[in-house]
Design a protein around this ligand. Structure first.
Ligand code: NAD
Ligand code: MG
Length: 398
């Protein structure tokens, strides 16, 4: 029986909802018992209130200050405190708990993940952007506080489960698998006119809008390459990507003797989430089972660098180091959101990233990044300004 106190940051999103659903299923199966300390969400007040009524946290937080009244009314009489705003989310992240699930999307998740990292609680990290921006200083912060960082991203959960942490020198290479996204077989010409609806229609995974666009551009795999480099202390040259459309093998670790270990499972985020909630134990839940005979075959192909330039840009950012991954992330977020708002063509997302990195490298802004969360947030803000300017120029030219 897994018994834990849990805080869920971004509880109303795709990963947050899966986390609470899984906890529900484990409680029903008698394999888990959870006490929820805090839940935080955004503008979906109805869902946040429903979750709070079910889980009875001490506090429910909405990022959206204009919606606080609505949340307070929805939870009237429950005794659950209701608060709003970024500082309130950060405060919720530091409340005594056993595990914090960091599942806010984008750089908006940095401050709360950073705050949770210093508490000594286990940090179950779905918010890959905070690792990309704060890098090893986030990991160092968790370790210094006596906590543990457990990746929730399926590829990193896969590697984490087979990585020889006590003997990392035994590892020759990490191989991240990528589904290839909805445009795996789409020509560059056709990609140029793809709509947000087409981009978020992922063949295997059901996810939030931003990460779905990242999957279509493969910027997601770029972010994951950077994430893997920090998590497992591997240089860019020892991290490869292979396209595996069935999303059954979630990633692989190749050892120096030529042996390769892979982690497999149906494409369902609840499995890596269950792994993070229970680690180093395992928690039974009604998981979908792998039926290899029914699948018949698994296929693999090399990613196409011409149609997916975000992969190369991420690798270059990782190799350049310092603030380059933060700039990559910020420009990508600005580009992806502009595309979702129909202000930018699909192929221009990567163009915005490339141009932002070029300009900020030329001015030296990338190499003068400060350390930790504060430094990352300052550079993130500057990169957003530069990227937004580029989006405007491209939108005018279109
Ligand atoms: P989502 O868009 O479905 O949910 C995001 C959550 O963050 C929501 O609760 C939302 O209310 C909250 N949020 C949004 N903006 C906020 C802000 N400014 N301040 C505070 N809260 C805010 O996203 P998701 O797909 O669940 O992804 C969450 C994170 O997990 C991302 O970093 C993503 O890359 C990562 N991830 C997701 C998946 C997946 O299957 N969805 C898989 C791997 C990694
Ligand atoms: Mg992933």
């Amino acid at each position: 029986m897994i018994e834990k106190r849990i805080t869920v940051l971004g509880s109303t999103g795709s990963v947050g909802t899966s986390t609470l659903d899984l906890m529900d299923q484990a409680e029903a199966a008698g394999t888990g018992r959870f006490q929820v300390v805090a839940l935080t969400g955004g503008a979906n007040i109805a869902r946040l209130a429903e979750q709070a009524r079910r889980w009875r946290p001490a506090v429910a937080v909405t990022a959206d200050g204009t919606r606080l009244n609505e949340l307070t009314e929805a939870l009237a009489g429950t005794g659950i405190a209701t608060v709003a705003g970024e500082a309130a989310i950060t405060e919720a992240a530091t409340r005594p708990t056993d595990l914090v699930m960091a599942a806010i999307v984008g750089a908006a998740g940095l401050k709360s993940a950073w705050a949770a990292a210093a508490t000594g609680a286990t940090l179950a990290l779905a918010n890959k952007e905070s690792l990309v921006c704060c890098g090893s200083s986030l990991i160092g912060r968790v370790t210094a506080a006596g906590g543990r960082l457990i990746p929730v991203d399926s590829e990193h959960s896969a590697i984490f489960q087979v990585f020889p942490a006590a003997a990392p020198e035994q590892v020759a290479r990490l191989v991240l698998t990528a589904s290839g996204g909805p445009f795996r077989q789409t020509s560059r010409e056709a990609m140029a006119v793809m709509t947000p609806e087409q981009a978020v229609a992922h063949p295997n995974w059901s996810m939030g809008a931003k990460i779905s666009v990242d999957s279509a551009t493969m910027a997601n795999k770029g972010l994951e390459m950077i994430e893997a480099a920090y998590l497992f202390g591997m240089p860019a040259g020892k991290i490869d990507v292979v396209v595996h459309p069935e999303s059954i093998i979630h990633s692989l670790v190749e050892f120096v003797d030529g042996s390769t270990l892979a982690q497999m499972g149906p494409p369902d985020m609840k499995t890596p989430i269950a792994c993070a909630l229970a680690w180093p134990d395992r928690m039974a839940w009604p998981a979908p089972r792998l039926d290899l005979a029914a699948l018949g075959r698994l296929t693999f192909e090399a990613p196409d660098p011409v149609r997916f330039p975000a992969l190369r840009l991420a690798r270059e950012a990782l190799e350049a180091g310092k603030g380059a991954p933060t700039v990559f992330n910020a420009a990508n977020e600005v580009g992806a959101l502009a595309f979702l708002d129909r202000r930018l063509g699909f192929l221009n997302i990567a163009a915005v990233v490339a141009e932002t990195l070029d300009r900020m490298t030329a001015t030296g802004a990338v190499s003068h990044a400060g350390d930790g969360c504060e430094g990352a947030l300052a550079l993130d803000a500057e990169a957003r300004r530069v990227a937004s300017g580029i989006v405007q120029t491209l939108a005018l030219a279109a």
